[in-house]
Design a protein around this ligand. Structure first.
Ligand code: XMP
Length: 525
């Protein structure tokens, strides 16, 4: 494998991702990781990432010089490149010109790093992504310059005898047109990685690792039925079987049939060997939520009640050795700490766990995976596609999709309406796919029904009705931070409306929410 040493740069997760795209397994470690630990992992290559600091300043992140004397190929990127030159006797200082953005770089095609790069260009130029204010003004002794730009005399330098390479720009960013090729050259050709890593080897390797770590210990996992905790459960179950206990709390705010679907997969009649505990806490939650209308208060009650229910179950089980969590790589990054620290998924609704469950250590088998990789691992483990490709669903569930007070009756209404909506959208997408061979542009990344707190007058048959209005939401988004309402064809919406009003008792009106985010949010509360 390849080790990525993290100096706190913003593209670090991309570095890991590109390396894995070369079918080479890699892991990210903080620059604070001891060299003995790195050596013990016996990596085939090491990549130093970018970072926000200036390496010549006294308290900037650094690394021991010994790293460059191990005989293991090292590639420095941006800050990593500067640090390599700085430590090995070159000079780094503030650049006269700050480079930012797409930049033409001239490369020496004889460098092994640039094999197959800029083949169409007589001058040997290609486009790279630059983002730096310091630069290497003098390469370290033994290094030769193999790339430059108009403003940057050392865009890349190398010491091929020692297998040390320093790239000032960011090959991991897609704007560096041939960046993937450069990383491929490093990990496959220079480091000699075979490129045999696949998701199945991740699964196999992780199962082995879990076995070694857990021994005959006991593991407890809060299973939400979401993708991450499900894949974590699958992996742990394959590794340690009944040493794993999963507690699944059905808070009565799940989508229609969802509780039963989770039980089908992970329960006693499912395909996984584990102790499955389903807690049917519906009534308890409805009781706590009765009369509560304020959104933040609802969220808080749902979160706290989860902790209480889980705590009770954990007490019954007694002390465990490990508490497992489905933390994935973006959660770690979201906490702002890159590969630098062990953070517990902070925004997750099980955030407070460590305080009240009696356990010794946290185990997070998905900590280094991206969402799409988690999904691949899930399929590899045989978890049904329906679960693996589930759309995001908030921890407080339907509790925040029912505006105002939550009651069992309202939950039933929103569950049924949501089910119809998803069924019709899925069918329309499928039909489009069959006809055009690809998904429609309007295909939403998240879509659900919510229940407004509004009742209005309508007419059904010859009778006056006074019922609730359902709101339909569907958004196109990449990162869920900003979003646009999806342009679902009108006839699909009409069909949904007609089915909901006919099939769901208590509803006589349907709205389609066209609000963008911002100013709206995706959820209603
Ligand atoms: P908003 O409503 O903030 O939602 O635009 C953005 C994304 O986050 C999801 N979401 C949550 N997920 N716990 C979660 O695990 C929550 O409390 C929560 N609130 C919102 C939402 O579904 C959307 O995908």
């Amino acid at each position: 494998k390849v080790i990525v040493i993290d100096f706190g740069g913003q593209y670090n997760q991309l570095v890991a991702r590109r390396v894995r795209e070369c079918n080479v397994y890699c892991e990210i470690y903080s620059y604070r990781t001891d060299i003995e630990q790195i050596k013990a992992m016996n990596p085939k290559g090491i990549i130093l990432t970018g970072g926000p600091n200036s390496c010549y300043e006294a308290d900037s992140p650094t690394y021991t010089k010994e790293l460059f004397e191990l005989g293991i190929p090292v590639l420095g990127l941006c800050y990593g490149a500067q640090l390599m030159n700085h430590i090995l006797g070159g000079k780094v200082e503030k650049a006269p010109v700050r480079e930012y953005g797409k930049t033409e770089v001239f490369v020496d095609k004889s460098s092994p790093l640039f094999e197959g790069v800029a083949t169409d260009s007589a001058e040997g130029s290609t486009i790279c992504w630059m983002s730096h204010f310091d630069y290497i003004s003098k390469p370290a002794p033994g290094f030769q310059v193999v790339a430059h730009t108009a403003d940057c005399p050392v865009a890349t330098d190398e010491n091929p005898e020692k297998k040390l390479y320093a790239i000032q720009f960011h090959p991991e960013v897609l704007h560096t047109v041939e960046g993937s090729r450069m990383l491929h050259n490093f990990v496959r050709n220079i480091c000699g990685c075979a490129g045999t890593w696949r998701m199945d080897s991740f699964v196999e390797h992780t199962i082995k690792e879990i076995r070694e770590k857990v021994g005959d210990g006991k593991v407890l996992l809060a299973l939400s039925g979401g993708v991450d905790s499900s894949v974590a459960a699958g992996l742990l179950s394959r590794a340690i079987g009944k040493q794993l206990t999963c507690v699944f709390v059905d808070h009565g705010l799940l989508r229609k049939n969802e509780g039963d679907e989770v039980e089908e997969v992970f329960g006693p009649n499912g395909q996984f060997d584990l102790n499955f505990i389903r807690v049917n806490a519906q009534e308890r939650y409805y009781g706590k939520l009765a009369g509560v209308t304020e959104p933040e208060k609802k969220r808080k009650i749902i979160g706290e009640e989860f902790i209480r229910v889980f705590e009770e179950e954990a007490k019954k089980i007694g002390a465990v050795d490990f508490l497992a969590q489905g933390t994935i790589y973006p959660d770690v990054v979201e906490s702002g700490l890159g590969g630098e620290s062990a953070v517990i998924k902070s925004h997750h609704n099980v955030g407070g766990l460590p305080d009240y469950v009696d356990f010794k250590e946290i185990i997070e088998p998905l900590r280094n995976l991206f969402k799409d990789e988690v999904r691949k691992a899930g399929l590899e483990l045989g978890i049904p596609e329906k679960l693996v490709f589930r759309q995001p669903f908030p921890g407080p569930g339907l509790g925040i999709r029912i505006i105002g007070e939550v009651t069992a009756e309202k939950v039933r209404i929103v569950q049924d309406a949501d089910y119809i909506y998803r069924e019709e959208v899925d069918a329309a997408v499928e039909e489009y796919r069959k006809e055009h061979g690809e998904a429609p542009e309007w295909m939403p990344n998240q879509y659900f029904a919510a229940l407004t707190n509004m009742r209005s007058v309508g007419v059904m048959g010859d009778e006056r009705t006074y019922d609730y209005a359902v709101a339909l939401r569907a958004v196109n988004t990449v990162d869920f931070m900003t979003a646009e309402a999806a342009n679902i064809p009108f006839e699909v919406l009409q069909k949904v409306m007609s089915r909901i009003i006919n099939e769901v008792k208590g509803v006589n009106r349907c709205f389609y929410d066209i609000t963008s985010k911002p100013p709206g949010t995706i959820e209603f509360e």
